[in-house]
Design a protein around this ligand. Structure first.
Ligand code: NAD
Length: 477
């Protein structure tokens, strides 16, 4: 393992994302030697905290995830510093710049900076502009990391992108879609590239349909306020589901060059078959959860910080199509929702009977489980795959393996290595937002009959009918 050197400036260093995801991931990288002596983390937030207090909060959250010796955590925490910061105050950026320069000397960090936006999205643009205008950038690398959501429709995404692009060149912008950090999603192109027969079958001659399901068993919990501004279409389909489709369906899965990989993904999303408003009614279903069968759980409208007449959808199922040589005519059925029977993230690739010509059993279904609660992924069916840097192994039927690396850990390694393969480019977001906006606009012009599904079931009946009309059925049912 080659040690990396950088100063992380985490905007929103006292927040939930920082404590639940970023600090534990940085700690794992510390334990595995990616981070060692030459790094420092500056946490910023509004509150006036001391370095010592900040370090305590970091150690406290690490204890939720690790049972290491506290001494190791304390050594790690010595690299953490705190700077109170208001996003609109220029003076505070100067203070941040001076602290970063001092720590760079102290820890010899090679003038590298990672600016991580773990704050509310409305601040992303302001902070990026100030980093630039107050001269925080150094002679090393200066990488800007942006969390989701990247806008709430095409217009707001364009505006946000305009603001950050004024301050950072595209090559230095790392837009996070944490599904791209999941090992199974990263493995999909490898699985395709290393199974020539499978890859040969991945087109409209042999594929009947492809199904992507991101199901959660929980409701909105304490995130009602955020969810009321989002809904599952924005929260899951525009980003995560589209990016999973990108891994499953892009051309040239054996490409290793980031530019080529992104180009193929852009081409794929550029070939999304646009919907007319009337087609939205036929191709997309929405739902909102009611209480469960026993009447014990809260319906969505009864949740905290949710309007009692909310029209926000907690479930959607839809049929996405592409106008490309490879995929035209193949429905991509997508589905995501809260309060479904189980937590599951999966891709089911359903082949037709012609696939027998290639020596694959007719009507085979290849299922890729992206994650399960315990972090294990199972790959059903006899194809080759790559597991965390090991050689390709042929599994006869059902393969199970432990994907031990956290999505954020792997994404941070990529950021430190300057590898943008697992981040989203603006062109991809533009195409996917444009597609999603048509659905959103249609929905916003109609009043849904909510709630329309019981908690703990597979969503509204219309989601089943969507496939039945085409003579298909959901594989996970
Ligand atoms: P949070 O509310 O827990 O934390 C927000 C942070 O921003 C706090 O540290 C707060 O002090 C700081 N802050 C607020 N106003 C500020 C101001 N005016 N000046 C300076 N600092 C200010 O939020 P979070 O859940 O950690 O989310 C942070 C970002 O990450 C958001 O963009 C969110 O959409 C994204 N995100 C979060 C999660 C998650 O699991 N929490 C998952 C995906 C994406």
């Amino acid at each position: 393992v080659k040690e990396k050197s950088a100063i992380f400036i985490i905007f929103g260093g006292s927040g939930d994302l920082a404590h639940r995801k970023l600090y534990p991931s940085l700690f794992r990288l510390y334990k595995s030697g990616f981070l060692k002596d030459h790094f420092a983390v500056i946490g910023t937030a509004r509150r006036p905290w001391s370095d010592d207090y900040f370090r305590e909060t970091v150690i406290t959250s690490l204890k939720d995830y690790f049972d290491d010796d506290e001494d190791v955590m304390k050594e790690f925490a010595k690299h953490f510093y705190y700077q109170s910061h208001d996003v609109n105050d220029s003076e505070h950026y100067i203070a941040l710049k001076n602290l970063a320069a001092k720590l760079d000397d102290q820890f010899d960090c090679g003038h590298n900076r990672v600016y991580y936006m773990a704050i509310a999205p409305r601040f992303f643009g302001t902070v990026a502009e100030h980093i630039n205008s107050e001269g925080l950038k150094t002679s090393g690398y200066n990488r800007l990391v942006i969390e989701k959501p990247f806008g709430r429709d095409l217009d707001s995404a364009c505006e946000l992108n305009g603001n950050i692009s004024k301050a950072f060149p595209e090559d230095d912008i790392y837009r996070i879609d944490h599904y791209l950090g999941k090992e199974m999603v990263q493995d999909i192109p490898h699985i395709r590239a290393n199974n020539p027969t499978f890859e040969k079958a991945m087109n409209n001659k042999y594929v009947s349909n492809i199904q992507v399901t991101l199901a959660e068993s929980l409701g909105v919990e304490d995130r009602g306020g955020y969810y009321e501004t989002a809904g599952v279409l924005r929260d899951m389909v525009q980003n995560h589901i589209m990016q999973i489709i990108g891994a499953v369906a892009s051309d040239e899965p054996d490409a290793t060059d980031a530019k080529v990989i992104h180009q193929h993904k852009c081409d794929l999303f550029g070939s999304l078959k646009e919907l007319t408003p009337e087609q939205v009614d036929k191709s997309f279903v929405r739902g909102q959860y009611d209480t469960d069968k026993l009447g014990e759980k809260k319906s969505y409208r009864e949740e905290d910080k949710v309007a009692s007449d909310s029209e926000i959808e907690t479930f959607t199922a839809g049929k996405i199509e592409f106008e490309s040589k490879r995929w035209s005519g193949v429905p991509f059925y997508v589905r995501s929702g809260k309060r479904l029977p189980d937590k599951q993230s999966r891709v089911d690739i359903v082949f037709n009977d012609k696939v027998a010509d290639l020596g694959i059993r007719a009507n085979t279904v290849v299922t890729l489980l992206i994650e399960q609660i315990d972090g294990q992924s199972i790959l059903i069916n006899g194809i080759n795959y790559k597991d965390s840097g090991q050689d390709f192994i042929k599994f006869p039927e059902e393969a199970e393996f432990n994907h031990a690396r956290e999505a954020y850990e792997s994404l941070i390694i990529d950021i430190l290595s300057g590898n943008r393969v697992h981040f989203t480019l603006w062109d991809e977001l533009r195409s996917t937002w444009k597609y999603i906006d048509t659905i959103r606009e249609r929905w916003d012009s109609q009043t849904p009959e909510f709630p329309n599904y019981i908690s703990g079931t597979m969503g509204p009946d219309a989601a089943e009918m969507l496939l039945e009309r085409d003579g298909n059925t959901w594989i996970w049912d």
